[in-house]
Write a protein that binds this ligand. Structure first.
Ligand SMILES: NC(=O)c1ccc[n+]([C@@H]2O[C@H](COP(=O)([O-])OP(=O)(O)OC[C@H]3O[C@@H](n4cnc5c(N)ncnc54)[C@H](OP(=O)(O)O)[C@@H]3O)[C@@H](O)[C@H]2O)c1
Length: 253
C-alpha cells in the first residue's frame, strides 16, 4: 500500500521542495497551505512528473483553530492513513526590537509556528498512535537554539518547536512513532520576503553568500524519513558553509 505524507506549507520553499522529494520516493501526498492557486499548480506539476503517486490538497489557515478542526473532520478517514507529517508551515514577521515590535506580528508568529503546529499535530497524532506507527518532522530552526537581536519572538516560537519535539518524543515513548526536529540556518525561500515585506531587502539577506536551498532541506527530510524504523534522527542543525552561527556570515561583496 502507498505511504502517505501530509505536508503543511507546501505552497512555497521548503514545503514545496519536500513534497517533490517525497513524491520522488513514491509517497502519496496531502499538501496544504493557504494559497489555493499554488496548491493547484503543485498538484498538476506532481501529477505530470509522478503519475503513480496520489495527490490531495486542502487550503486552510493552520493558525485558525476552527479551520484546522473543519479540515480534520472533513478528511478524518484520509488522515488515518498518514504515515509522515511534515509540520513545515511557519513564518517570521519583522525584525523590530521587543520595545518597538508590533503585537499583531507577535500574535501571527505564535499562532502559526506554535499553536498551528500543535492544532495540526493533535489531529494527526491520534491516528498514528492507533496504528502504532508514524513519523512527525517538525521544522525548527537554528533560531530555536540561539537568539539574535530583532528576533526574540520568532526565536521563542522555534525554541518552542524544539521543546514540543522533545516533549512529543517523551509522550510517545513506547510507541513506534518517531519525531524529528530539523533546524536549518539561512535557506533562500520566500521566508525573508514574508518577514521584510520587500523583495530588495529580502535579496540583500543572501547577498555575497551561498545560502542553503529548499532542496537541501527537502533531501535531508527525505533521508530522515527513510531511515530504518528503529532509527530516529532526533535533531539536525544544518548551516550553509558560509554561515558559522546566527548573525555570523561570510560574504564576498
Ligand atoms: N528560510 C529559512 O531561512 C528558514 C530557516 C529555518 C527554518 N525555517 C522554517 O522553515 C519553514 C518553511 O519556511 P520557508 O523557508 O520554506 O518559507 P516560505 O517559502 O515563506 O514558506 C512558508 C510556508 O508556510 C505556509 N504558511 C505560513 N503561514 C501559514 C498559515 N497560517 N497557515 C498555513 N500555511 C501557512 C506558507 O503558505 P501560504 O502562504 O500559502 O499559507 C508557505 O507555504 C518555516 O517553519 C520556517 O520558520 C526557514
Amino acid at each position: 500500500m502507498a505511504k502517505w505524507a501530509l505536508v503543511t506549507g507546501a505552497t512555497s520553499g521548503i514545503g514545496w521542495a519536500t513534497t517533490e522529494a517525497l513524491a520522488a520516493q513514491g509517497f502519496s501526498i496531502f499538501i496544504t497551505g493557504r494559497r489555493a492557486d499554488r496548491l493547484e499548480e503543485l498538484s498538476s506539476l506532481l501529477r505530470n512528473k509522478f503519475p503513480q503517486v496520489q495527490i490531495k490538497s486542502a487550503a486552510f489557515d493552520i493558525s485558525d483553530r476552527f479551520e484546522v478542526s473543519e479540515f480534520m473532520k472533513a478528511h478524518y478517514g484520509e488522515l488515518a492513513h498518514i504515515d509522515v507529517l511534515v509540520n513545515n508551515a511557519g513564518l517570521a514577521c519583522g525584525t523590530e526590537k521587543v520595545q518597538d515590535a508590533s503585537l499583531d506580528d507577535w500574535e501571527t508568529m505564535i499562532d502559526t509556528n506554535v499553536k498551528g503546529l500543535l492544532f495540526v499535530t493533535r489531529g494527526v497524532i491520534e491516528h498514528m498512535v492507533r496504528k502504532n506507527s508514524g513519523h512527525i518532522v517538525n521544522l525548527g530552526s537554528v533560531a530555536g537554539r540561539w537568539t539574535y537581536p530583532g528576533g526574540a519572538v520568532y526565536c521563542a516560537t522555534k525554541f518552542a518547536v524544539r521543546a514540543l519535539s522533545e516533549g512529543m518524543r517523551m509522550d510517545l515513548l513506547g510507541t513506534k512513532i518517531r519525531v524529528t526536529n530539523i533546524e536549518p540556518g539561512m535557506v533562500n525561500t520566500e521566508f525573508s520576503f514574508v518577514r521584510l515585506k520587500d523583495q530588495v531587502k529580502a535579496d540583500k539577506v543572501y547577498e555575497g553568500m551561498t545560502p542553503l536551498s529548499a532542496q537541501d532541506i527537502a533531501e535531508t527530510i527525505a533521508w530522515c524519513v527513510n531511515r530504518p524504523a528503529h532509527v530516529n534522527i532526533q535533531e539536525l542543525v544544518i548551516y550553509p558553509t558560509d554561515q558559522a552561527h546566527v548573525g555570523q556570515v561570510s560574504r564576498t561583496l
